[in-house]
Design a protein around this ligand. Structure first.
Ligand code: ARG
Length: 461
């Protein structure tokens, strides 16, 4: 039996394979709210323009409300013969209101319809990512404020480098997520133009009011080129790029939490609520949520790659390849939302073991640079030479198994006679962090300034 939407020029209906490969309803039903909203905007504009009668306009609009209520209550029926959310909805509308339903598709194609629905969906996803990131930033800033002067080792190469404060470390992620939020906001501003009225590819001869549909759907303006409007999915790629970048940041934070929660580090106790146990090893508390955030980043990057490859080399205008735009975007959006929420809970509820952090900073020769700097300042020794002298001090301390400030003055003087008792002022981890008060540095005074500014930006005080 030929297809009811376009069966006129067909002698035979589609094969089972054609039906299966063609059906997008299993996933594009996720856009039903956007599809109904866009159809309502379209038909009300058609009514205002006198393209459909006022009666038909009301009938169609009311029918769409009823379809929406059914979807809300029972879900969207998955009928492969009807292919996608657009045709499933139109079919149900026809059952409900009869032949007038056929007027809804006047001056419209599924090509501008899907481009509009998908933009609306992606726009929501951008807003959700931004809102989620705001919560995560709030958690980071709150914990950073509590720990503006909690000293921990800072690392390069994951080797102890210089003491930093935990507040400073957490605020580093605040900055990353601030840029991620602005990436979503940029992408949103760029994509907020309405394709509806572009029709199949060339526009339409019906006297549409595209400004009014754009306005009704919260777009800034209608798109200016009908071919572009139905052909590009760069807005979805912008979203995926922002999501992928954000997932990289999330995965680095997750990785640090995993390392910090390991027994040799012991810098953090993960909240029970975001950990799992082992079925065999009773002592285990595994950071599965963080590991999954780390893992999800790989999948989100895969979603970006997937859509980039789909779009590469497609001729204008619409090709059915583009139906494959949705699964990677939907997948990335749900993975990203989960990842942001998991990291927010982890940051908010983790127990930071600041005693262990401080001990690690003291024992890791983190103040060696401070000793070298002191030799430069107090004894006017060239930095390279100071570096060498300090290396000898570290070697001695390491061989004795003590911290730098536990070496006696006699021992230090034996390494270089120019060292005097004031050196101990520079060797403590407190002195080390307090000294790094350049703008953006780790000094508690600086970190506190940044936290206060951030709280103002976030409306936290
Ligand atoms: N389900 C299709 C998609 O998601 C809708 C557009 C179909 N247009 C067409 N000319 N076949 O891309």
């Amino acid at each position: 039996q030929a297809n009811q939407m376009w069966g006129g020029r067909f002698a035979e209906g589609p094969s089972a394979i054609m039906r299966e490969i063609n059906a997008s309803i299993p996933f594009d039903k996720a856009m039903w709210r956007q599809d109904i909203a866009a159809s309502k905007a379209h038909v009300s504009m058609l009514g205002k323009q006198g393209i459909v009668s006022a009666d038909d306009m009301k009938l169609i609009s009311g029918g769409l409300d009823q379809v929406a209520a059914e979807y809300e209550a029972n879900g969207v029926p998955e009928n492969w013969d009807l292919e996608d959310i657009h045709m499933v909805t139109e079919d149900r509308l026809t059952q409900l209101i009869g032949a007038a339903a056929g007027r809804l598709h006047t001056a419209r194609s599924r090509n501008d319809q899907v481009a509009t629905d998908f933009r609306l969906w992606v726009r929501d996803a951008m807003d959700q990512a931004e809102a989620g990131l705001l919560q995560l930033q709030m958690a980071l800033v709150t914990r950073a404020g509590e720990n503006a002067d909690s000293i921990m080792p800072g690392f390069t190469h994951l080797q102890t480098a210089q003491p930093v404060t935990l507040g400073h470390h957490l605020m580093a992620y605040y900055e990353m997520f601030r840029r991620d939020r602005s990436r979503f906001a940029d992408a949103r501003a760029r994509m907020n133009e309405c394709p509806l009225g572009s029709a199949a590819l060339a526009g339409t001869g019906f006297p549409l009011d595209r400004d009014s549909t754009a306005d009704a759907l919260g777009f800034d303006k209608p798109t200016d080129n009908s071919l572009d409007a139905v052909s590009d999915r760069d807005f979805a790629l912008d979203y995926l790029q922002a999501a992928a970048q954000c997932s990289l940041h999330l995965s680095r934070l997750a990785e640090e939490m995993i390392i910090w929660a390991s027994q040799p580090f012991g810098f953090v106790r993960m909240p029970d609520t975001l950990s799992t146990g082992s079925s065999i090893m009773p002592q285990k508390k595994n950071p599965d949520a963080a590991e999954l955030v780390r893992g999800h980043a790989g999948r989100i990057v895969g979603c970006l790659t997937s859509l980039m490859v789909t779009m590469k080399g497609l001729p204008l205008a619409y090709s059915k390849d583009m139906q494959d735009d949705k699964p990677p975007v939907f997948e990335a959006a749900s993975l990203l939302a989960l990842s942001i929420a998991a990291m927010t809970g982890m940051v908010a509820d983790a127990t930071f073991r600041t005693d262990r952090m401080r001990q690690a900073a003291e024992l890791g020769y983190a103040t060696a640079t401070d000793l070298a700097d002191w030799l430069v300042r107090q004894a006017d020794i060239p930095f390279r030479e100071a570096h060498h002298i300090t290396g000898a001090a570290v070697k001695l301390a390491e061989s004795k198994g003590v911290a730098l400030d536990q070496l006696s003055l006699a021992e230090l003087k034996a390494i270089d006679a120019r060292i005097d008792e004031h050196v101990y002022d520079a060797l403590s981890v407190e002195a080390s962090v307090a000294a790094r008060c350049s703008h953006g540095g780790t000094a508690p005074s600086e970190v506190t300034k940044r936290v206060v500014e951030a709280k103002q930006v976030l409306g936290l005080n």
